[in-house]
Design a protein around this ligand. Structure first.
Ligand code: PLP
Length: 415
């Protein structure tokens, strides 16, 4: 068999010069520094060199989630970290309150149902975030405290809408409801302000492939003391996702099973990079790029899917296609002509929107290239629009501060 060639049935992809523009809202562009950090021999994950790496990343994650409690790192996608959050805190048949912000909220509640939880899914229109008043009204009505957890998606990647987590926390606190608060930050962590401890979140779910600038493959849970206490008595069966074994091994820098060693090298580097830039600067950069993108969309005469300016996402912008035009055809044109990948419309938004990811390792000129690709693509695909979006975005980027009308919500003070 020596020398036998594996024949692929697929036609060979011709080389395309220059760098591909990966502007989906994650996985994001992995910076060279992170790639170089990953590009090392895999070491013994039970040896002393690994212990230091383990301690570095476990400690470093706390500074990103803004918590003094433990952060668990799974070799998994974000979906795995969703499952871990549920199976470690709840018992079969427990009532969980979730909110239909879009496709990812829909998938999370579907998972909760499959796991045997009793999900109440507050309906939403996929153009707004969680309405804290609706959550509060439901919790006020739940006098017997049958609801054991409230689960929401911070940044709904399918719609480009961000929910106001501190206000939802207050909606739980006002009626003094004891429900656990579970938050998905898969496309907000490392892009927008997030404070696990100060915002009173019990389990924060994260993933490696977006604001953390890593390839896919790591899932995270940040835990509060209340979540930890719940995990000691809850009755959901789990093995791989069990926090307990992780928490026994992690203090010494180890993991109960083989960790994704090379991704952890990358994670250590990515955390260092976020701190070198300064988290506040990282968040401001994302806000600026989002504001410039919205200015472009407005100039093209198109519509941003998010309806409430307080909920504009800093990570991505979802853009509605004009009636009678297929977003997927447009996306194919940008890919084929300009080597630019834009995000697809998911679930009920299929064909109706395209999403521009402006998160992760990204700068002004990458944004200009992306928006130029969109504008040229609109022209090439004969999508009705006005020219001048790129120019409008340049106008925003050349100003020292984001113009007031393009600013997204200010951070909400924690009371
Ligand atoms: N939640 C959100 C907000 C997401 O954006 C994604 C993926 O894009 C997921 C959950 C699922 O994560 P994964 O695809 O890594 O399993």
């Amino acid at each position: 068999m020596r020398g036998m060639k594996v024949q692929s049935k697929e036609p060979a992809m011709a080389h395309r010069p220059g760098r591909h523009f990966l502007q989906i809202p994650g996985p994001t562009n992995v910076p060279d520094r992170v790639l170089r950090a990953i590009d090392r021999p895999t070491i013994d994950h039970r040896g002393p060199e690994f212990a230091q790496l383990g301690k570095d990343v476990l400690e470093g994650c706390r500074t990103i989630f803004k918590t003094s409690g433990p952060v668990i790192i799974f070799p998994s996608s974000g979906t795995g970290a969703w499952e871990a959050a549920l199976v470690n805190t709840l018992s079969p048949g427990d009532k969980v309150l979730m909110y239909e912000t879009g496709q990812f909220a829909t998938l999370w509640q579907a998972m909760a149902k499959k796991l045997g939880l009793d999900v109440e899914f507050l309906p939403g229109d996929w153009r707004h975030g969680v309405d804290p008043a609706k959550v509060e009204a439901r919790l006020v009505a739940d006098r017997d405290h049958t609801i054991k957890a409230v689960g929401v998606v911070h940044n709904e990647t399918s719609t480009g809408v961000t929910s106001r987590i501190p206000e939802i926390r207050r909606a739980i606190d006002n009626p003094r409801h004891p429900a656990l608060f579970l938050v998905d930050t898969i496309s907000s962590l490392g892009c927008m302000e997030y404070k696990h401890d100060a915002w009173g979140v019990d389990v924060t779910v994260g993933g490696s492939q977006k604001g953390l600038m890593l390839p896919p493959g790591l899932g995270f849970n940040a835990l509060s003391e209340k979540a930890l206490a719940a995990s000691k008595t809850n009755r959901m069966k789990r093995s791989y996702w069990d926090w307990e074994e992780m928490l026994k091994s992690n203090p010494a820098g180890f993991f109960p099973y083989t960790p994704a060693t090379n991704l952890l090298y990358g994670l250590r580097e990515a955390i260092a990079m976020l701190h070198e830039e300064g988290l506040e600067n990282v968040f401001a950069r994302h806000q600026r790029h989002a504001a410039a993108t919205r200015a472009a969309v407005e100039a093209w005469g198109l519509e941003v899917l998010a309806l409430d300016p307080r909920e504009y996402s800093s990570s991505l912008t979802a853009v509605l296609m004009p009636e009678g035009h297929d977003a997927d055809h447009f996306r194919n044109v940008t890919l084929e002509r300009y080597d630019l990948s834009l995000g697809i419309g998911l679930g009920r938004l299929k064909g109706k929107i395209f999403r521009v990811g402006h998160l992760g390792d990204f700068n002004d000129l990458m944004l200009m290239g992306t928006l130029a690709g969109v504008e040229m693509g609109l022209h090439a695909a004969r999508v009705p629009h006005r020219p001048g979006g790129v120019q409008a975005a340049m106008g925003v980027l050349s100003q020292p501060a984001i113009p007031a009308q393009l600013r997204t919500h200010e951070p909400v003070p924690v009371s």
